[in-house]
Design a protein around this ligand. Structure first.
Ligand code: HAM
Length: 418
């Protein structure tokens, strides 16, 4: 047996219904908010991610599935969707094509991380992005959309966390303040953090090393270093969150592990998922479109991890019952043939119908109908054939009645719970 690659998973019947529920709900909610789907390739030029996700991020430095293809080109399996969507936005001039470009994408992403509960090497994101709007009302819409998704999925106990990481005008002062506040303590931090202190001090907030936390907890907060426009924007976002009655907490630790963020950052955290508790995360990335060769356009979005949404769904809810509505049973060769025609007619008429493919005893067929959870069995035997009828047996009450063959489909439909 050749097992699946570490960090990848098969989604089998039984679990896949939960995925379908998440996918269907997301599409419904996104489209209601005016987002249109786009699909981009899983493979991109490696430099796309180096230039956007960021050279100094863990994703690009350590986790990317990047390789040289047979033509000698450096390519990567996408570790996230935002750079691809920005690329497509520029490449196809979507600004011209759409009044307000509001897009969503659903598909697999790849990061070579250490697998654990809620963290995989191939995982799936639902990603939404909006371009060209600087007003805080769009931050509010995007946050509200994330919150609506969690609500419509029935996920309980989730928490919205927000922050503002400022812009190129105010960030340098904050970075300096971080380095100054660390002072000599920088040498007591882990090797990664010591490197971050020189390359990108904000990244220190991503550190998960337990011994570093007391030092990190004492560091200054980005919202105390915002320039006037960034402060006004953040205040606006918070005012909208108040108007929308979305409960939230401001966390100065929320700088996010990707380089392109400016101003608003946010995550929705789940309770009970352990360390990998971010159901979704995102923020504003004004400047990225220009950086990737487009016009100077604002951008904001988030991505939710399907695996984590599925884990966070309420355990007691049954998703998508694949139970047949009717089981067709037959005894005798002629009846069997007629049964398969009836089965086909039922299915063509939109009724979920099942059968026993091997010509086994009636008892065995009923056992199978029971196992499949069919609430109704239509029996065809010699007597029924002679009378042009089927015998309908209600599997819950045990009641039986004769139904003319020509009325069998209508009979099954009429029994449907609306
Ligand atoms: P991210 O925080 O790296 O952001 O990922 C977003 C979500 O994807 C996480 O909150 C988590 O649910 C899921 N996720 C990430 N890595 C894994 C993994 N290894 N296994 C399972 N799930 C995972 C981004 O990717 C940004 N592109 C979000 C964004 C969109 N920002 C602006 N627009």
């Amino acid at each position: 047996m050749i097992p699946a690659v570490r960090g990848t998973r098969d989604i089998l019947p039984g679990e896949v219904e939960r995925w379908q529920f998440v996918e269907d709900t997301a599409r419904r909610v996104f489209e209601r908010y005016g987002y249109a789907e786009l699909r981009t390739p899983i493979i991109e030029r490696e430099e796309l991610f180096a230039k956007s996700t960021g050279e100094t991020t863990d994703i690009v430095q350590k986790e990317m599935y990047a390789f040289t293809d047979k033509g000698g080109e450096r390519v990567a399996l996408r570790p996230e969707a935002t750079p691809s969507i920005v690329r497509a936005f520029i490449e196809h001039n979507l600004e011209q094509a759409m009044a307000v470009p509001k897009l969503y994408l659903y598909g697999p992403m790849f990061r070579h991380e250490r697998p654990q509960k809620g963290r995989y090497r191939q995982f799936h994101q639902l990603d939404v992005e909006v371009f060209g709007v600087e007003d805080a009302s769009i931050d509010a819409e995007v946050l509200d959309l994330g919150w609506a998704l969690i609500g419509e999925l029935g996920i309980r106990g989730a928490e919205m966390v927000v922050n503002s990481v400022g812009c190129p005008a105010c960030r340098p002062a904050f970075s300096d303040a971080l380095v100054a506040a660390l002072g000599e303590d920088v040498r007591r931090l882990c090797g990664d953090c010591q490197r971050r202190a020189t390359s990108n001090p904000l990244r220190i907030f991503d550190c998960k090393v337990a011994e570093d936390q007391p030092i990190i907890d004492r560091l200054p907060h980005s919202i105390d270093y915002l320039c006037g426009p960034c402060r006004a924007h953040f205040d606006e976002v918070r005012r909208y969150l108040g108007l929308y009655a979305i409960p939230y907490r401001v966390s100065h630790r929320l700088v996010r592990g990707l380089d392109y963020y400016r101003r608003t950052t946010f995550e929705v955290l789940a309770t009970g998922l352990g360390a990998q508790n971010a159901l979704l995360g995102g923020g504003r990335y004004d400047g990225l479109v220009k950086q990737l060769g487009g016009l100077d356009r604002a951008g904001i979005g988030f991505a939710a991890g399907i695996e984590r949404l599925v884990l966070a769904l309420p355990a007691e809810v049954q998703y998508g019952t694949a139970r047949p509505e009717v089981f067709v049973a037959a005894l005798g060769d002629d009846a069997r043939q007629a049964a398969f025609v009836l089965l086909r007619d039922l299915r063509r008429a939109g009724v979920h119908a099942q059968v026993d493919y091997e010509a086994r005893s009636l008892k065995a067929q009923f056992k199978r109908a029971d196992r499949l959870g069919a609430p109704l069995v239509l029996v065809l035997g010699d007597d029924e054939m002679a009378r042009g009828e089927v015998t309908a047996k209600d599997m819950t009450t045990g009641a039986q009645e004769a139904v003319p063959r020509a009325e069998a489909i209508g009979y099954c439909r009429a029994r449907r719970v609306p």
